[in-house]
Design a protein around this ligand. Structure first.
Ligand code: SAH
Length: 340
């Protein structure tokens, strides 16, 4: 069985031709899958019955199977999906009055082993296909009956280590699903050569860098990949990204009590960021069974003020979905075992 979600319009046209249909039927398929949100061949009412019968024999529509979900009081909803090989991933639906953001996964597990992150503790299993990445968006939209406007690649996995599939999914979400490039954010732990490769694509998407520490000694401990790509190299990569794309990069900085949240750390971060046109996003730490504690709100505000005073626009990330372990860094596929 081949899966249709994940195929480009060109690939869908090739499928149509392969099944003895005119090319334009591929375009119709693309519309049904990506614009109208069809989840089965029965939904595709303007396709001839004979064509649908041929499709059913060799193809399935979606790449993921819904397993379960949990909804927090604020509407944030965490979904568990199963891939054809039985592996499971989580995706998060984050509604606002005027928009919906989807936080999606790019890998099953993650190899980066960031010490504060639940996904890092799982280890790496495999890359998701572009179809599996896009299908998280389509499946959530179909189930909740509302369109997603913003995408953040901040679920499980390191998107830039699954570069080709992630970029194929970005193009599908943009061109076929209709999500504006500027509403798509890729968050990376800082894979320097891939940041440069992404810069060269000159896309208008947003790059977020999980910097989390202002000096190499501390960053080596929190984000082990720092031993490979140092802060100095990251600075150059961010600079290059800015210059080529003309986009502001977001710096994500997790606030760990007594570890990286002191005025000295803010001063070092300011020094490192000099000359970059970055936004700073401070992320309250969410419990993951690791040894860290969260910085108090008052201390986070102090750190934010210090950054602002130095000229860096700084926001504190709103905590969404904490009650259902859907907040940043908490995705670890526990839904099924929690029996919800
Ligand atoms: N691998 C990518 C994307 C996944 S993580 C990256 O590293 O950016 C998305 C964001 O959540 C990252 O900034 C990550 O560092 C942060 N995060 C991880 N664990 C967290 C935790 N326990 N509390 C708060 N944020 C966390």
């Amino acid at each position: 069985m081949r899966t249709l979600v994940g195929m480009t319009k060109l690939e869908l046209e090739a499928v149509a031709v392969e099944l003895g249909e005119p090319t334009y039927r591929g375009g119709q398929l693309a519309k049904w899958l990506y614009e109208k949100g069809a989840r089965s061949f029965d939904d595709m009412s303007d396709l001839p019955k004979a064509f649908r019968a041929k499709l059913v024999e060799g193809f399935k529509v979606s790449a993921l199977e819904y397993v379960t979900h949990r909804e927090a009081p604020d509407g944030t909803t965490k979904f568990l999906y199963r891939a054809p090989d039985g592996r499971e991933i989580e995706s998060v639906w984050i509604p606002y009055p005027d928009r919906v953001t989807a936080c999606i996964s790019s890998q099953v597990g993650c190899a980066m082993k960031c010490t504060f992150c639940a996904t890092g503790q799982l280890g790496f299993e495999r890359n998701l296909t572009s179809g599996e990445i896009v299908d998280q968006v389509l499946a959530m939209q179909a189930q909740l009956g509302r369109r997603i406007s913003n995408i953040v690649y901040m679920g499980m996995g390191e998107p830039l280590l699954n570069y080709d599939n992630v970029m194929a999914s970005v193009r599908l979400l943009n061109k076929s699903v209709g999500i504006a490039m500027r509403q798509i954010t890729i968050s990376t732990v800082g894979i320097v050569p891939k940041i440069k490769q992404l810069a060269a694509e000159k896309l208008q998407l947003t790059l977020a860098l999980s910097v989390h520490a202002p000096n190499d000694a501390l960053r080596d401990q929190l984000v082990p990949v720092n031993t490979k790509f140092t802060l100095a190299e990251l600075y150059d990569a961010v600079k290059e990204y800015e210059q080529i794309t003309n986009r502001r990069v977001t710096l994500e900085y997790i606030m760990l009590k007594g570890v990286n949240d002191q005025p000295l750390h803010a001063a070092q971060l300011i020094k490192w960021s000099r000359g970059l046109h970055v936004h700073v996003n401070l992320i309250p730490f969410h419990p993951t069974g690791s040894d860290f504690d969260a910085t108090s709100n008052a201390e986070i505000r102090k750190f934010a003020r210090q950054m602002e005073d130095a000229g860096f626009p700084t926001a504190v990330r709103a905590e969404r979905g904490l009650e259902i372990e859907a907040a940043c860094g908490q995705l670890k596929r526990q839904l099924a075992t929690q029996g919800s």
